[in-house]
Design a protein around this ligand. Structure first.
Ligand SMILES: Cc1cc2nc3c(=O)[nH]c(=O)nc-3n(C[C@H](O)[C@H](O)[C@H](O)COP(=O)(O)OP(=O)(O)OC[C@H]3O[C@@H](n4cnc5c(N)ncnc54)[C@H](O)[C@@H]3O)c2cc1C
Length: 387
């Protein structure tokens, strides 16, 4: 089996200058301090509200590590840098906040703009969106719990479905694959249902619409097997572990329900590997993208590709990571000929602060994550004689 050397820092960071690397080291090191991670984003938001001139500072530090730009055009440099290493871009409009019909319509149009940008452009192999960007969370929760909607809510839900379909229709028309991100369990049935309807409509010849499977959920192997057995179309799945673990557990506890989340990290890992294996076993029907920063899972997919006599550059199989994280996985896989893409988040600096805050949290709390980034950056600086 081909073994990927994820410790090859020369490949992982060849696109970074010495000063880029030093800046990244400084940034990841700062995530070790809970005060910076917990209070920093709130202070930044407060400073923005006072019109203090901090945009330049945020933009040249944490923003430039994790985001491609403030709009699609500004992402050109990030797209070009990734393409030079055979890594694709997934433009991710990461603005969060106000829940209004005007904002939902504007977000829908922005997602369609990312699809237009990707059309016919091999540098941008996928587009992506979150359903909560185009519709109200509480409404989706109500639909999920099968409560009856009043007339106004029915009209509102029809508008959400209209936006969802408009995005999938443009993805189909432009031949651009679209990921639908997975969210909290108490809205996910609604997202699943909308997504599978779109798959039935647009995935007859090839996988255009992709659902996301969160492997930290106890019920996802059964969910996946059911989708494979019952849906009469091509299927696309982005596989992830899941981003809302604490919130899910707290809610289940507060409601006296069993937690929908696996009891241990080991069980989540096992589920992820099982889901990935099932997908590869059904590769004639299922296309996948492994959205993970986990080295073992990435190596397992490499092994499965070999075991099932598939080609590393088979378009039905992708690896994906987030911009600014786990370059040692992305760049080493791409260098070995595998299909890799990075989420490239973008949006106005202040509007993406919640996204940046989550990246800071994640890099401070995920076991060993900061340590790993810092170790790899340090090794590369030493290799270059710059430490
Ligand atoms: C390209 C991409 C797209 C993504 N899209 C989505 C999305 O649509 N929806 C979404 O929810 N997330 C998404 N994520 C985030 C993802 O779900 C994970 O939170 C993140 O990637 C960390 O998991 P990992 O596999 O990279 O790494 P690892 O470090 O191996 O795993 C960490 C993850 O394991 C799980 N875990 C940790 N501790 C425990 C425990 N005690 N018990 C049970 N499980 C545990 C959690 O899910 C945690 O996030 C995406 C990530 C990437 C890279």
């Amino acid at each position: 089996m081909p073994k990927i050397d994820f410790n090859n820092t020369s490949i992982a960071f060849h696109h970074k200058t010495n000063s880029d690397l030093k800046k990244a080291w400084w940034l990841f090191n700062s995530f070790k301090y809970p005060f910076i991670v917990n209070v920093g984003p709130k202070m930044a938001d407060f400073a923005f509200s006072l019109h203090l001139p901090i945009k330049g500072m945020v933009k040249s530090t944490i923003f430039s590590q994790f985001c491609g730009g403030e709009n699609i055009e500004e992402c050109t440099v990030a797209i070009r840098n990734l393409t030079q290493s055979n890594i694709g871009t997934i433009l991710d409009y990461s603005v969060e906040g106000e829940e209004s019909e005007t904002v939902f319509d504007a977000t829908c149009n922005e997602i369609i703009a990312t699809i237009n940008k990707a059309a016919g452009n091999p540098a941008i192999p996928f587009s992506v969106f979150k359903t909560t960007g185009i519709g109200r969370f509480a409404l989706m929760a109500k639909v999920n719990s099968k409560l009856e909607l009043n007339n106004l809510e029915q009209a509102e839900f029809s508008r959400l479905k209209g936006r969802f379909e408009k995005i999938c229709q443009s993805a189909y028309d432009k031949k651009v694959r679209v990921f639908i991100d997975a969210e909290e369990t108490w809205i996910q049935d609604t997202i699943d249902k909308l997504t599978y309807n779109m798959m039935m409509k647009f995935n007859q010849e090839t996988a255009i619409v992709y659902n996301t499977i969160q492997c930290y959920r106890k019920d996802r192997v059964a969910h996946l097997q059911n989708a494979v057995a019952t849906l009469d179309c091509k299927l696309g799945f982005k596989l992830v572990r899941g981003a809302y673990m604490e919130k899910e557990r707290e809610r289940a506890l507060a409601k006296g329900m069993p937690s929908p989340i696996q009891n241990t990290k080991e069980l989540t890992d096992k589920e992820f590997n099982a889901v990935m294996t099932i997908c590869i076993q059904h590769i004639d029907k299922v296309s996948i993208c492994a959205g993970t920063h986990n080295e073992e899972s990435s190596q397992l997919l490499v092994d499965l590709i070999e075991q099932y006599n598939l080609q590393p550059n088979d378009q039905r199989i992708y690896f994906a990571q987030l911009l600014g994280m786990s370059d040692h996985i992305s760049f080493n896989l791409a260098n070995a000929g595998y299909n890799v893409a990075k989420y490239v988040p973008y949006g106005p600096v202040r509007a993406v602060l919640p996204y940046l805050s989550r990246r800071a949290q994640e890099n401070s709390s995920v076991k060993g994550q900061v340590g790993r980034e810092l170790r790899l950056i340090s090794e590369e600086l030493t290799r270059r004689g710059k430490k």
